[in-house]
Ligand binder design. Structure first.
Ligand code: PLP
Length: 384
């Protein structure tokens, strides 16, 4: 996804060591302390010398994924766990499974920009449905109903959403399930950021596998769960009415068997890598909270900029004065202040003046970036 020409200018500034990158969401570049000895030792495994082809993935790795869900109170059988090289790859497999070229899949707006590309690469049409903000983000049912056509095949849900950080509500889940079943749609629930909540809320959907009325796939992976995107291990959980799930499993088996794309080393290391997750997640949560506190402290002095409420995830969203469009704010910040942020339209925001920033960067960089951002807004407001 390109928001040209900003990335090129950002790369130039980065090469000069001048960029304050508030889009950074690669955890391996954010000064966290990984358990390097354990991670590297997990990859030196005698079992890596053997090739065992299993379309679902090696049983030991699936057992590690199962244990991760059990710790969350979610029970899933080994048979319903399918390993992939990434969550992104899982989307592609599911799009192939569920839809023929020209069919429609529905994704939230604002939402994760990669969906446009993933749908396009699979010759599908991506239709947005709105999340509306009124103190919290809520799914707009009317918008969802209106976008539905006979070509609709799947509804993408994010729990929590990227970038809004809003979780699905447990109370909404039976309605979503019934709605999807009525219209013959599958549900794809992306939970890559599930563990990064900013507080506990009993109303959140915790178990998307429970009592499914529609064919349901839950997606996640090491990329966010263990902050190890370079390891390339994702997974899907399959749930649904028995006959539909069995039919989907037969076809998934064929698709995954065609690629067998997950390497033995990462599968054999999966249990050990997942054991490192709690420690790295704890560091990340501390960083997210510290950066959010710094952001709120800085915003207190500038009433022209507001922040949307967040429940979790790695991002914050700001609303700037409507002196400029969001991409113009982003351009000015990059050119004049060497601060790189994503304009809201990159995430398909329908409202103007939104900027999305990552809460992951090291605290000093984050604070310097925020300070320049707010100085720019204050200067432009004063000059307007
Ligand atoms: C919502 C969401 N889903 C999926 C992914 C991709 O994860 P993976 O690295 O497993 O492909 C990302 C990456 O940022 C994401 O934000």
């Amino acid at each position: 996804m390109s928001i040209s020409p900003l990335p090129q200018a950002a790369e130039r500034l980065r090469a000069q060591g001048r960029l304050l990158d508030l889009t950074e969401s690669n955890p391996t570049r954010c000064d966290f302390h990984y358990d390097e000895v354990r991670i590297l030792a997990a990859l030196a495994d005698q079992r890596n010398l053997a090739y065992v082809a299993d379309p679902r993935g090696l049983e030991a790795a699936r057992a590690a994924v199962r244990a991760y869900y059990l710790a969350r109170g979610v029970e899933v059988s080994l048979e319903n766990i399918w390993l992939t090289a990434s969550t992104s790859e899982a989307y592609s497999h599911l799009f192939r499974l569920l839809a023929d070229p020209g069919a429609r899949v529905h994704a939230p707006q604002p939402g994760y920009p990669l969906f446009d590309l993933l749908a396009g690469l699979n010759d599908l049409e991506l239709a947005g449905y709105a999340l509306r903000y009124d103190a919290a983000w809520e799914l707009d049912w009317t918008d969802l109903e209106n976008a539905l056509t006979p070509q609709s095949r799947a509804l993408l849900l994010l729990n929590p959403n990227n970038p809004t950080g809003s979780y699905l509500r447990a109370g909404e889940w039976p309605r979503l399930q019934a709605w999807a079943a009525r219209h013959g749609l599958a549900l794809i629930v992306d939970e890559v950021f599930f563990d990064y909540s900013l507080g506990d809320d009993p109303n959140r959907l915790r178990d998307a596998t429970a009592n499914p009325a529609a064919l349901t796939f839950i997606l996640s992976g090491l990329s966010k769960v263990a902050a190890l995107p370079q390891m390339k291990l994702g997974w899907m959980l399959l749930a649904g009415p028995q006959d539909q799930a069995a039919a989907a499993a037969r076809r998934l088996e064929l698709i995954l068997d065609t690629y067998l794309s997950v390497s033995a080393p990462v599968q054999n290391a999966a249990a050990a890598l997942l054991e490192t997750a709690p420690a790295i997640q704890a560091q990340i949560r501390l960083r997210l909270a510290a950066n959010l506190r710094a952001l709120d402290a800085a915003l207190a002095s500038l009433p022209h900029v507001s922040r949307f409420a967040i429940e979790g995830g790695w991002y914050a969203i700001l609303r700037l004065p409507r002196l400029h469009r969001d991409d113009e704010w982003a351009r000015r910040l990059l050119e004049h202040d060497a601060v790189y942020l994503h304009p809201g339209h990159f995430y398909n925001f329908q409202m103007e003046g939104c900027l999305v920033l990552s809460l992951l960067p090291p605290e000093a960089d984050f604070q310097a970036g925020i300070s320049r951002l707010l100085d720019r807004v204050a200067a432009e407001v004063a000059g307007a």
